[in-house]
Design a protein around this ligand. Sequence first.
Ligand code: Y12
Ligand code: CO
Length: 186
Amino acid sequence: MIREILTYPDKRLFVRSNEVSKFDEKLHTLLDDMYETMIDSEGIGLAAIQIGEPVRVLIINIPNEEDVQDRANLLEVINPVFEDKQGEAIYQEGCLSVPGFYEDVKRAQWVRVRFFDRFGKEQTIEADGLLAIALQHENDHLDGHLFIEKIGFNKRKKFDKEYKKGLKQPRPTGRKINQESSEKTA
Ligand code: Y12
Ligand code: CO
């Protein structure tokens, strides 16, 4: 089911989300709803709190080299713990909860993250590039933080000004999506 995405300045976006303790049908429905909602809004990442669920769940679906967003590459991350971060990277970020605003953010270039999958199995991922950025952006949501908090003072002023004007920058789209689910068994 496609769910409503909370947008800035909704105060629920600033709460710390709770750890998941049950890897049950309810969690699977939440993950499926998050995927449908993210794809419907042309996003590449979403945290559960963005649809009003304060649990430590995030999903990421980075488009491949042909700009196809293949569900087979969907990453479902539950209770993530960042074990290591290295380097620096600057990337122009956007967020479905801050529509129409994009700004450079400095983050780690490489990360190693321990997490659980939807079946409660512990996994580790090492990532760089866009995936590393997305993991950090989405993990910030779990701690109640938005990327606009990481931009400089002058850029933040620009955001406040554009936000007040209700400015929505058009964004090129046209990405292909393959929503076929890859086989996922326990
Ligand atoms: C790098 C940087 C940030 C992330 C976090 C995930 N962010 C998104 O998925 C943002 C998606 C987004 C989509 C929008 O809509 C369209 O493009 C049609 C959008 O535009 C508007 O809302 C007007 C803004 C953001 C991962 C990796
Ligand atoms: Co976001």
